[in-house]
Design a protein around this ligand. Structure first.
Ligand code: ZN
Length: 135
């Protein structure tokens, strides 16, 4: 079950410039910046009352975000839904015929285990499932 929109991910060319824009827009500072080396991405997170905004900037020319920016430019990149049990949700969606980019959750930014659905499965929108890592 998808519990809520956990965050919206926005691909940006210049993370520092975008961070300042969103600090002004939202009237608050980012609460976290994090590099995910395996994905070649750097992320900046903002909290709103209910959900978050994630800015995504490329750290390598060949990373998925760099390729996305090259092809489609800046803009809304994905919608992330909060789930309680990511394995159960992966199984449910696979059994419903959704195509996932990977079958196994991996470590994402902001203390999450994540997995992506192929945009073909969700009418052109990249969907991320994320489960909070409890420690
Ligand atoms: Zn995300």
């Amino acid at each position: 079950m998808m519990r809520k929109i956990e965050h919206l991910g926005i691909a940006v060319k210049d993370l520092e410039v975008a961070k300042q824009t969103y600090e002004t827009l939202l009237g608050k500072s980012a609460y976290q910046s994090e590099r995910v080396e395996s994905e070649g991405v750097e992320t900046v997170f903002f909290k709103t009352v209910e959900s978050k905004i994630e800015l995504l900037g490329a750290t390598q020319d060949d990373s998925p975000i760099a390729k996305y920016l090259e092809k489609r430019g800046e803009g809304l990149h994905h919608i992330a839904f909060d789930v309680a049990d990511i394995e159960a949700e992966i199984e449910r969606l696979k059994s419903e015929g959704f195509q996932l980019i990977s079958d196994q959750p991996k470590a994402g930014a902001d203390n999450k285990r994540i997995v992506f659905l192929h945009p073909k499965s969700s009418h052109g929108v990249l969907v991320e499932l994320c489960e909070e890592i409890k420690d």
